[in-house]
Design a protein around this ligand. Structure first.
Ligand code: SF4
Length: 453
């Protein structure tokens, strides 16, 4: 979980005046929330308001996350922090409007209203219009504005659908975001062209379930066609796929990934577990055997593909034997990137009735054991890259202790914000967003060190 605060930007001159001049948007949670905030900021900017820091702003908007306990706690802490600031500023004679939106508010809005009367408005997820209406009396539907890119300017997320139709027992997302709705392909290609026109080199495709794209539009899965259309966008260097769902996986995307140079040989596919007993209770619609078959197919169809996945440990019915099976699976499959989450018992989900019998310390210990296995695999895989050359996208520049300019970037096998980093030396100055070729001379568990060639 991470928080981002928007920086000051000037509003287009033609926009109508509003009684609130400055706004701060605080985004919590996942990349899907990031894109929601960016669309909302586009509308706010189009209505003549500027962005500034939370302390300076006339209005503060918190786009919350309500996915699991840890995320909910962070959202609630952030709201209380904003309430304290609002009261402090009121003491200095400044009236600050406080708005809470997003998944936590969508899920628990009525309870939050009771507990936090200091908050001026609570809105659900993607309720952009009403948020803007609460900021200005001059709301105009026509003023959608341009999405404001809040990530580094050279990569951006593109959300291809909203909601999810899968029945995973532990997951509250369908309760928060509703059923699966694909965005029209032409709109997505238009947005991809817009992002590239703004200097974006890498587009990261996101959704709750990327692989279900198009089924609600045409009755059949259309991700393969969409990938082809997006890959044709001129100037797009990297197209990355995240949040694929394993069961009913659309195999027709594999040759598209393999053939298209600007589609990253990378796939993020949360598997959640490997024990067929646990997968069954999780209602994942797949067994260990079919998962292994799918992984073999993906690796054969796209040689050298980097696979990222995430697992849940401490699921109510997970026995020590189930967990050992998961560890064996991770040792055998040697994923490139792995994340581990501790099970969080979520209201109104299918698995809620199973209770939460596994103690927190056991969950933590299992997550640590799983990540210890992965750390060794990650180091071995990184060491195997020493002496080899890779295309690296520069994310940022910094100065080392000796005052030398150094660069941090990512390879095709690294998604922004969640995967490994590559630290580079270069005899020539580089800019963020540059795509360079580098030779790796050293490796650590989660980082690589290289020289630009
Ligand atoms: S596919 Fe993902 S978002 Fe959908 S129900 Fe399963 S875990 Fe939740």
């Amino acid at each position: 979980m991470h928080t981002k605060t928007s920086k000051p930007r000037s509003a287009p001159k033609s926009a109508p005046q509003a009684d609130i001049q400055t706004v701060s948007v605080i985004t919590l949670g996942c990349s899907k929330n990031t894109t929601d905030s960016e669309i909302l900021m586009g509308m706010i900017q189009a209505h003549g308001m500027n962005f500034t820091t939370a302390r300076e702003a006339d209005a503060v908007i918190i786009n919350t996350c309500g996915f699991i306990d840890k995320a909910k706690e962070e959202s609630i802490e952030t709201i209380f922090e904003a309430i304290r600031q609002k009261e402090e500023l009121a003491g200095e004679g400044k009236t600050q409007k406080l708005i809470v939106a997003g998944c936590l508010s969508q899920r628990y809005g009525d309870d939050l209203k009771q507990e936090m009367p200091q908050v001026d408005h609570f809105f659900g997820e993607s309720d952009f219009e009403n948020v803007v209406k609460s900021l200005t009396p001059n709301f105009k539907y026509s003023l959608l504005g341009e999405r404001v890119i809040t990530t580094s300017p050279h990569y951006s997320y593109l959300k291809i659908s909203e909601g999810c139709d899968n029945p995973c027992s532990f997951c509250a997302i369908p309760l928060i975001r509703g059923g699966h709705r694909s965005r029209p392909a032409e709109k997505l290609v238009e947005e991809a062209n817009f992002l590239v026109s703004k200097g974006v080199k890498e587009i990261v495709l996101i959704a709750q379930d990327l692989t279900d794209y198009g089924r609600d539009l045409t009755g059949k899965r259309g991700l393969a066609d969409l990938l082809g259309n997006l890959s044709d966008v001129r100037g797009l260097e990297w197209l990355r796929l995240m949040y694929a769902f394993p069961s009913k996986f659309p195999r027709d995307i594999l040759p598209v990934i393999a053939e298209r140079e600007n589609i990253c040989k990378y796939l993020d596919m949360p598997l959640q577990h490997a024990s067929t007993n646990v997968l069954k209770s999780m209602r994942r619609g797949i067994t260990r055997k079919t998962t292994e078959g799918l992984l073999d197919e993906i690796r054969n169809a796209v040689p050298g593909i980097a696979l990222r996945t995430t697992f849940i440990v401490g699921y109510p019915s997970e026995t020590e034997a189930d967990f050992e099976e998961l560890c064996d699976f991770v040792r055998e499959q040697r994923f490139d990137r792995v994340g581990a989450f501790e099970y969080s018992q979520e209201d109104d989900t299918y698995s809620y009735i199973l209770g939460d019998p596994i103690p927190a310390e056991v969950k933590q210990e299992r997550a640590a054991r799983l990540m210890a296995i992965q750390r060794e695999i990650s180091l071995e895989k990184n060491e195997a890259k020493v002496g080899k050359r890779f295309k690296i996208l520069i994310d940022q520049t910094f100065t080392d202790e000796q005052g030398n300019l150094e660069y941090q970037g990512r390879s095709e096998s690294d998604a922004p914000e969640v995967d490994n980093e590559v630290f580079l030396k270069s005899t020539r100055p580089l800019q963020t967003g540059d795509m360079v070729l580098a030779e790796i001379y050293d490796a650590a568990e989660y980082d690589l060190f290289g020289e630009v060639v």
